[in-house]
Write a protein that binds this ligand. Structure first.
Ligand code: FES
Ligand code: MG
Length: 584
């Protein structure tokens, strides 16, 4: 078709398939592979000359967001079979945000390693990646990008809106909100039980603009999801069709040799950042996007976010940046294709995607059906991007705040720090009404970063002191080297880098020091002289190691800081020599 972006891609032949090295040769080892495939009831006709497609499925019985993947995988298989491929399901760790402790962030890189090695060690030619819950999206994509065989991402889809007594409930956001109401004595224990039963009503990912919805949108914006796929609700029949279509498409992608490296250009990542900003993205997106881009060989950093943040306004009116709508509304309003069409002037339209077409072609003719949910650029819900990167003597390598989801009076603020070294002592203090918090206080938690947490737990929305809640206050300036849930809100400074646990300047802050923040100027400082900081540094001793064996030991030895994406150093693309294909 001469109107299309490129000529018909050169197709690979069956002889060139990677899996043929396992199944093809007339030798003893291939005899073993074939006889064992026949042991499972497959005939040679079913695999010979066909792309073998791995389906990396992150289903588990403790992963509510992916509950439907147990059967949805059959729809993916149907698509693969229809297109002439041979599907094989390879389960991977489900990184369940709700159940995995201390935090799924400890295990994102484990999923990344697992995905890469599953694909490397097995006879597969391409992969469908089934994820959606927060860390599963970057985990799967990091691994598939490093392995670099054709791969397509199938997002789980958002769950239905929550419902309680006819009121809409949003994942995360309303748990915090009603918890504060309960602590302030505004709702009863009985009400609270009602919220508990109504907030998560179907399988699928959190339906606020949390990390899950942000990351699946990013996966689509950087080209790895079929057009519109990241907005389709988990419980919609369209999701079943998306699953089989992803299966059909990956088989073609193998013949076209359309690999992640061909899709994930620097421009593709700039598109992802633009979409993240327009969606009012989760702060977690920054860490994951930096890690993903670097695996693809693109040097994306905090400065890129800062640049786009000043340029692209928030037009996705979805909580917590918006105050009313959820992903279900966003889907009905036209979904991500509608949003991307509205910000097309900020996108590189010529980027190639898994559809085999460009971003521009994918969003051609996209419509918005409710321009309060998906706003035009001329009527944003927040004029600048949803994230701001701050620097100063408290955070020389940067930290992050979400101005779109906080009380605007804290955009410029100075106040005395109240510093805690661990979560339990902070928790105790905020519940103690005699503790001397004032509305000006800056609540600080440290030792909550990549190594200190460990794993940067989502503690960054530090709980409001009970005393201030009872005064009717619902926000205050808070500061930590932790992350926060994408569904959280408030004047929370996060991801302080370098972290306090390894001796970043946050380690030197003391209760009573004045902390000053100016979001417009992008600064954050403690008003302590350099000489005094030097004295404090000389007296500082590193805390004891968190782990002395196991995965945690490897984690603390190799995890990088937040501004570098928290990847393991040895997984970086430019680290050492490339990993060879296995000897068969
Ligand atoms: Fe899985 Fe929120 S807990 S997406
Ligand atoms: Mg989350």
């Amino acid at each position: 078709d001469p109107g299309e972006h490129s000529a018909q891609p050169k197709r690979r032949s069956a002889e060139e398939l990677r899996s043929r090295r396992w199944f093809g040769p007339a030798d003893l080892r291939s005899f073993g592979h074939r006889s064992r495939a026949m042991q499972m009831g497959y005939s040679p006709e079913e695999w010979t000359g066909r792309p073998v497609i791995a389906i990396v499925n992150t289903w588990s019985d403790l992963q509510p967001c992916h509950a439907h993947f147990k059967t949805r995988v059959e729809d993916v298989k149907r698509g693969i079979l229809m297109a002439g491929g041979f599907p094989v399901e390879l389960p991977a760790i489900s990184v369940s945000e709700s159940f995995v402790k201390p935090t799924t962030m400890m295990y994102r890189n484990m999923l990344a390693m697992e995905t890469e090695e599953l694909l490397r060690s097995h006879p597969v030619d391409g992969a469908v990646l089934m994820g959606g819950c927060d860390k599963s999206t970057p985990g799967l994509l990091l691994g598939a990008t490093s392995m670099n065989i054709p791969a397509i991402y199938l997002p789980a889809g958002p769950m239905l809106r929550g419902n309680w007594q006819g009121k809409t409930l949003g994942s995360g956001s309303d748990s915090w909100k009603y918890w504060d109401e309960l602590r302030a004595g505004k709702i009863t224990d009985q009400d609270w039980l009602g919220v508990e039963g109504g907030i998560a009503r179907s399988y699928g990912t959190c339906m606020t603009m949390g990390t899950a919805s942000t990351m699946t949108a990013i996966a689509e914006a950087c080209g790895m999801v079929l057009p519109g796929g990241s907005s389709v609700l988990a419980a919609d029949a369209g999701h079943i069709r998306l699953a089989s279509e992803s299966g059909r498409r990956i088989v073609e992608m193998v013949w076209e040799d359309l690999t992640p490296q061909k899709i994930q250009s620097r421009k593709a990542y700039e598109n992802a950042i633009a979409v993240a900003m327009a969606m009012g993205c989760s702060t977690n997106a920054i860490i994951h996007l930096i890690a993903m881009a670097r695996r693809a060989g693109q040097d994306i950093g905090l400065d890129d976010f800062e640049r786009y943040s000043r340029r692209v306004p928030v037009i996705g009116n979805v909580r917590p940046s918006g105050n009313q709508y959820l992903m279900e509304d966003f889907f009905y309003a036209g979904g991500i294709r509608g949003l991307m069409n509205n910000i097309r002037e900020h996108l590189h339209l010529d980027c190639l995607t898994v559809s085999g077409r460009t971003v521009g072609e994918n969003i051609e003719g996209a419509k918005v059906y409710n321009d309060d949910v998906i706003r035009p650029l001329s009527n944003p819900i927040y004029g600048q991007g949803s994230l701001a990167v701050l620097k100063g003597n408290l955070a020389p390598s940067g930290c992050v705040i979400k101005p779109a989801a906080m009380d605007q009076k804290f955009l410029k603020h100075s106040g005395p720090a109240v510093v805690f070294d661990d979560y339990p002592s902070m928790k105790k203090a905020v519940d103690d009404e005699s503790y001397p918090f004032t509305p000006d206080s800056v609540l600080v938690l440290r030792n909550a970063g990549p190594q200190g947490g460990p794993g940067m737990p989502e503690w960054g929305m530090l709980p409001m002191p009970k005393k201030l809640l009872k005064m009717g206050l619902r926000d205050m300036l808070r500061l930590s080297d932790a992350r926060m849930s994408g569904t959280s809100y408030g004047a929370c400074v996060l991801h302080v880098a370098p972290e306090s646990y390894i001796g970043g300047p946050l380690a030197l802050l003391r209760t009573g020091d004045i902390v000053s923040i100016d979001v417009e100027a992008r600064t954050i400082d403690m008003e302590v002289s350099d000489e005094e900081l030097e004295r404090r540094r000389a007296a500082w001793a590193p805390p004891p190691a968190r782990f002395e064996r196991g995965y945690g030991f490897m984690f603390t030895k190799h995890i990088q800081q937040a501004d570098e994406g928290c990847d393991f150093d040895f997984l970086r693309t430019e680290f050492g020599a490339p990993v060879p294909e296995p000897v068969i």
